[in-house]
Design a binder for this molecule. Structure first.
Ligand code: CAA
Length: 260
């Protein structure tokens, strides 16, 4: 399948999606959001893919936000509708049946930062800058930022970022828990691929159950979330991989995962 604003490739069970509108710093216009939706749908059905890396074309930007020229003329109702469409896509990415890694190669601003927040893990180049600058446009983050950012970095830091609109450096993002790893810019894709291949080599049912337990559990009271964890833990014992993983440990050999 050909995409107007994405490049898609696959290597060693890892798919790489490059958001490709470098002249607009990869800003997300409706066509790019649609491409992303189609690409994730296609990848969900591809059994050869276990992990997805999301990155931006060029050296300057991951994604510099929603496309301001598209948003500028919107009325209130249309803006809410567009926000819901993007929120649904980002929720689909968050609950995607495979792990998604954001490789943040430059500016991740507004909707770009919100896209990274919907991913499982974020690796940033030393040169990356992240922020929610919507306040400088007279609006609030509308693609999940007001909710996912405080869940990741805490409400105080999230409000400071959103109320000032100031960007943080990759080093600051690491310090506040907004990204999980920072690497030299020329090592970014290689590091993301290494991490992705490591996760792809694990038993995938357990991988997906960990993501589910964390994502869904965060929306529950602790006692319910702990119960939910026990249910998912039990599910692992219905898999061949649990039998194999524990047998391999006891027999002092490497496990051969079947992802069943
Ligand atoms: N939407 C549309 N176009 C954008 C864009 C965006 N979010 N960000 C950058 N561009 C375009 C610029 O208009 C410019 O286009 P032209 O060459 O045709 O003039 C091109 O990309 C290069 O940008 P700059 O010349 O501005 O590059 P710079 O190096 O001087 O500055 C920047 C880089 C600081 C990232 C600056 O481009 C910027 O501030 N961009 C906007 C960031 C922003 O406000 N993002 C939030 C958008 S709102 C949002 O995302 C709401 C939401 O919740 C979804």
């Amino acid at each position: 399948m050909k995409y107007d604003n994405l490049q898609l490739s696959t290597k060693n069970r890892v798919a790489q999606i490059v958001i490709n509108r470098p002249t607009a710093l990869n800003a997300l216009n409706p066509a790019t959001l649609k491409d992303l939706d189609l690409a994730f749908k296609a990848l969900s059905e591809d059994d050869n893919v276990h992990v997805v890396i999301l990155t931006g074309a060029g050296e300057k930007a991951f994604v510099a936000g929603g496309d301001i020229s598209v948003m500028q003329p919107l009325d209130s109702q249309t803006a809410s509708r567009v926000a819901r469409l993007a929120q649904r896509l980002f929720a689909d990415i968050e609950s995607f049946p495979k792990t998604v890694i954001a490789a943040i190669n430059g500016y991740a601003l507004g909707g770009g930062c919100e896209l990274a927040l919907a991913c499982d893990v974020r690796i940033a180049a030393e040169t990356a800058r992240l922020g929610q600058p919507e306040i400088n446009l007279g609006i609030i983050p509308g693609w999940g930022g007001t909710q996912r950012l405080p869940r990741l970095v805490g409400p105080g830091k999230a409000k400071q970022m959103m109320l000032t609109g100031e960007m943080v450096t990759a080093a600051e993002a690491l310090q506040i828990g907004l990204v999980e790893q920072v690497v030299a810019a020329d090592q970014l894709l290689e590091s993301a691929q290494t991490l992705a291949e490591k996760i792809a080599s694990k038993p995938q049912i357990a991988v997906q159950l960990i993501r589910k337990a964390v994502n869904n559990g965060l929306d529950m009271p602790l006692d319910k979330a702990i119960e939910y964890e026990a249910d998912l833990f039990g599910l692992c014992f219905a898999t061949e991989d649990q039998k194999e993983g524990m047998a391999a440990f006891l027999e002092k050999r490497s496990a051969q995962w079947k992802n069943r």
